[in-house]
Design a protein around this ligand. Structure first.
Ligand SMILES: NC(=O)c1ccc[n+]([C@@H]2O[C@H](COP(=O)([O-])OP(=O)(O)OC[C@H]3O[C@@H](n4cnc5c(N)ncnc54)[C@H](OP(=O)(O)O)[C@@H]3O)[C@@H](O)[C@H]2O)c1
Length: 303
């Protein structure tokens, strides 16, 4: 038994017959999240933009978990229309779900706009993420867990309300960090709004690990020289994924996330930790919530 399986045995319990929806399952960490969920006997709906990749993942997982129930649905989380379609399909075809994990994310992209005209990191990591979370609530059971996947990068950059989507921000790390920080503000708003319901919202982050997130967005030189070093220095996607699994089983306060307990929060096994005060500043959260609600209501009016 691997040390991660031992960790799973010690810190979780079986999820037999529970239904989990995982977005971003085709990525490096996402695959491991789904693998753990299947080990815990959950059924999984994979929400993916690339159906070929999702089918290949399903086949790979079935070799290890031959009796697993794995379903695939299309979603492009950067498109509000695609989110509408995904939610309708989930609503129509499946029982209500017990777990929702949105692990999708983009990083260091060239400047580009989504179909809806939003900056692409913002459309994917922030707006689509929140819009889907709000819609999928109707497909969650009582006592369901909803997990937002953030990043250490959210710690480092202040939200610039005069360039909310980072359309004019050149520093790609900043664009990514802010998209995750706004995502967290929205997650906190949702968590607070569900306070009197039995659905629980948690934020988790994986620390740092060498994944496709970097290879997809960096140059050939980076992939030849830096990526192999990252693989040696940082922890593996298998270990990183434990944070999102742990987030299913714990309760957190609005100023806490599930994150690696080790050095700089980049390495280590999961622990519930406080994040920076500025991230849960009530006035910033309120401003974020108003701007995001306005964007979502413009989409809903168009429908
Ligand atoms: N790796 C790290 O060090 C690190 C650190 C902090 C936070 N994170 C966060 O951890 C999560 C997983 O990242 P990873 O490192 O495993 O990266 P990854 O391998 O690139 O996985 C990202 C996942 O998001 C999916 N995705 C991206 N855009 C999408 C869209 N428009 N619609 C639907 N799905 C979309 C990708 O789909 P495709 O397979 O089709 O590309 C993939 O499944 C992300 O939220 C990332 O921001 C990672």
């Amino acid at each position: 038994m691997s040390r991660y399986d031992k960790w799973i045995n010690k810190n979780t319990h079986l999820l037999t017959n529970q239904l989990a929806i995982v977005i971003g399952a085709t990525g490096s960490i996402g695959k491991e999240i789904v693998d753990y969920l299947l080990t815990l006997k959950a059924k999984v709906i994979i929400g993916a933009r690339n159906l070929g990749k999702a089918e290949a993942l399903k086949n790979q997982l079935l070799l290890k978990h031959p009796d697993a129930k794995i379903y695939i649905e299309h979603i492009d989380i950067s498109s509000l229309e695609s989110i509408d379609k995904f939610q309708l399909e989930v609503d129509r075809k499946y029982q209500k779900a017990d777990i929702f994990i949105n692990n999708s994310g983009v990083y260091h992209l060239q400047k580009s706009l989504s179909n809806d005209g939003y900056e692409m990191h913002f459309a994917t990591n922030t707006l689509g993420n929140y819009y889907l979370a709000k819609k999928i609530i109707y497909d969650l059971k009582e006592n369901a867990k909803m997990i937002f996947v953030s990043s250490l990068a959210a710690n480092f950059y202040k939200i610039n309300f005069s360039d909310f989507q980072s359309l004019h921000t050149k520093n790609k790390m900043k664009v990514y960090g802010i998209s995750k920080r706004i995502m967290m503000a929205n997650a906190i708003t949702l968590k607070n709004s569900l306070e009197n319901s039995s659905i629980d919202v948690n934020i988790a982050h994986p620390g740092i690990c060498a994944t496709e997130l970097f290879t997809k967005s960096h140059s050939k030189l980076f992939n030849i020289f830096i990526y192999p070093l990252m693989k040696i220095v940082f922890h593996s996607p298998k270990k990183a994924a434990l944070n999102m699994i742990q987030a299913i089983f714990v309760e957190t306060e609005e100023n806490e996330w599930v994150a690696p307990r080790g050095l700089f929060g980049a390495w280590g096994y999961p622990k519930v930790l406080r994040f920076k005060k500025i991230i849960y500043d009530a006035s910033i959260i309120e401003q974020v919530s108003d701007i995001t609600a306005d964007m979502i209501s413009r989409h809903c009016e168009k429908k």
